[in-house]
Design a protein around this ligand. Structure first.
Ligand code: SAM
Length: 279
């Protein structure tokens, strides 16, 4: 990483020069700690041939770390002032800045195709951004994202955990996710009132037998009433509790189980059994 990374003084000067007043609405908490940048880049385990996709480059703290580590960096920034200023801070020829909303961007915007998602995400939209990009970009092989610690716990939780839920199962459809450390509030400006957590993930083959949309419909139904048994929680989705019970039995899952106990493979088995049972 040969580039000079941004410390507190540089971040303050840059923000003052650009007239940037960070907004909560866009989750603007900028990293001003070179050690944290080095830690994120190391945890991402990037290869020199990788193409990184960074969502929300902000003032360029992480972007500067990424351009030294990969073949190409795509940076998607919604704030026009920050998007316009980024090439002045990060002068690398292998950086493409996209002034766009990461929640709406389509995969065909990126050439070369991204292989790694590496981002300090805007916390209010972190989960939808990750799920949207995983759906849009089959070229990804993995990623490392920083999110609110609570969200990191949810994204990496397994069946049986109190915080296992829709984000955990949907991310598990695409990838194997692991916690990769905690980050304290002091490394950001402005200082947020929450801890942050790193999540590393590696793409894998999704479970066979059912489409993503069909599986996600079962997951949404099961967790909409997470305290109920699957027989009850899936009644609306299946067309009645009797039909839900029949589908669950066909999938080899107890109708008395709760969604929070099932793996993504088991949710896929339910979706597959429902398809088989469809008239
Ligand atoms: N990467 C920088 C850093 O670590 O210092 C900034 C991270 S800050 C937590 C989140 C960034 O995401 C901000 O620059 C914000 O403007 C941008 N952002 C917020 N919502 C966005 C969206 N929907 N699409 C793209 N960028 C977004």
């Amino acid at each position: 990483m040969a580039e000079t990374l941004l410390g507190p003084a540089e971040i303050r000067d840059l923000a003052a020069r650009l007239g940037v007043a960070p907004t909560k609405k866009l989750g603007q908490n900028f990293l001003h700690d070179p050690n944290t940048i080095r830690r994120i880049v190391a945890a991402a385990a990037l290869r020199p041939g990788d193409v990184a996709l960074e969502v929300g480059p902000g003032l360029g703290s992480l972007t500067l770390g990424l351009v030294g580590a990969v073949r190409h960096v795509h940076a998607v920034e919604i704030d026009p002032t920050l998007a316009e200023a980024l090439p002045e801070t990060v002068t690398a020829p292998h950086l493409t800045v996209h002034r766009a909303d990461a929640l709406r961007i389509t995969g065909d915007r990126f050439d070369p195709a991204p292989t790694m998602l590496v981002a300090n995400l805007p916390y209010n939209v972190a989960v939808p951004v990750v799920l949207h990009l995983l759906a849009e970009l089959p070229s990804l092989r993995g990623g490392l994202v920083m999110v609110q610690k609570e969200v990191a716990d949810r994204l990496t939780a397994g069946p049986g955990s109190k915080v296992y839920g829709v984000p955990s199962v949907k991310l598990a459809w695409y990838a194997e996710a692991k916690p990769a450390g905690k980050v304290p509030p002091a490394v950001f400006w402005p200082v947020p009132n929450v801890d942050s957590g790193l999540v590393a993930f590696t793409l894998r083959q999704p479970p066979a037998g059912a489409t993503r949309a069909d599986v996600f419909a079962v997951v949404d139904a099961a967790f909409a009433q997470r305290r109920k048994t699957l027989r009850a929680a899936l009644a609306g989705w299946a067309g009645g509790p009797g039909r839900a019970e029949a589908v669950l039995r066909a999938a080899g899952i107890s109708p008395q189980a709760r969604g929070e106990a099932l793996t993504v493979g088991e949710f896929a088995a339910i979706a597959a059994a429902a398809k088989q049972a469809a008239p």
